[in-house]
Design a protein around this ligand. Structure first.
Ligand SMILES: C[S@@+](CC[C@H](N)C(=O)[O-])C[C@H]1O[C@@H](n2cnc3c(N)ncnc32)[C@H](O)[C@@H]1O
Length: 230
């Protein structure tokens, strides 16, 4: 893993700036920062209420109120370099674990350490493969199902779509939500993902006008999934 001379991306979240260093030469896609994570981070930056009371005219205040009396628990799937997860932490979702496959952990931890001072602490990480029921069970058992499951640019391999949707379903609380930064990367994976996701979740697409104006790329969307009521 070589970070020397790697491109660095700055991401401004409120009054702080995250600095993300990539290893674009690695064979793992997670060691690069992908636009979906920036779009998702800046969408939340735009709408997360800065304080519990500041909810007027904000359609996302209930979803993104990280300063209310109830402490909320979050998890990021396929965190990569951790851009989205770190942004959520800065915006108040402090009970948060960032997950990815083992080979990406070095890049994730490198970036968490790089931003430790800005974040105020080293954030929690965990190795999580979406097809590993033991890992999923251990994460849920360590607390309660998660109020928020965060994921950005994770739909690109058709074979892993079923595991991804199952992991989202297992991890998210019945009254929780999945927040997904999305871009079509494989037509086959895209088709299967939406077929499977629609069976489990009610799906809301964030209008493009609600994305952050400087991070509203035409090909990138943010979706909110909530478990279907049975
Ligand atoms: C395109 S990258 C996106 C990384 C980051 N979310 C971003 O937007 O910058 C996809 C991420 O999903 C992870 N991933 C892919 N398949 C996975 C699986 N089966 N289990 C866990 N993570 C997986 C990859 O390791 C990678 O970090």
């Amino acid at each position: 893993m070589k970070f020397t001379d790697s491109p660095v991306i700055d991401l401004k979240i409120r009054d702080k700036t995250l600095s993300l260093q990539q290893d674009n030469g690695s064979m793992h896609v997670g060691t690069s920062v992908w636009p979906c994570s920036l779009v998702l981070a800046k969408f939340v930056d735009r709408w997360a209420p800065p304080a519990a009371a500041a909810t007027n005219n904000n359609p996302y205040s209930a979803l993104l109120d990280f300063h209310g009396t109830r402490r909320r628990r979050g998890i990021e799937l396929g965190a990569g370099c951790g851009a989205a997860g770190m942004a959520f932490h800065l915006l108040g979702l402090t009970d948060l674990v960032l997950t990815d496959i083992a080979p990406v952990m070095l890049a994730l931890k490198h970036n968490l350490k790089r931003n430790k001072q800005t974040l105020g602490k080293m954030l929690k990480t965990s190795v999580l493969y979406w097809n590993n029921r033991d890992q999923i069970g251990a994460l849920v058992a360590a607390g309660a199902p998660f109020d928020l499951v965060v994921a950005a640019d994770v739909v690109y391999i058709e074979e892993s779509v079923g595991h991804l949707v199952a992991a989202m379903e297992a991890l998210v609380a019945d009254d929780g939500a999945v927040l997904l930064g999305y871009q079509v990367r494989s037509p086959e994976a895209d088709k299967l993902f939406w077929e499977m996701a629609r069976e489990v979740f009610d799906i809301e697409k964030v209008p493009h006008g609600d994305l952050h104006p400087e991070y509203a790329y035409e090909e990138t969307d943010v979706y909110i999934f909530r478990k279907k009521k049975t």
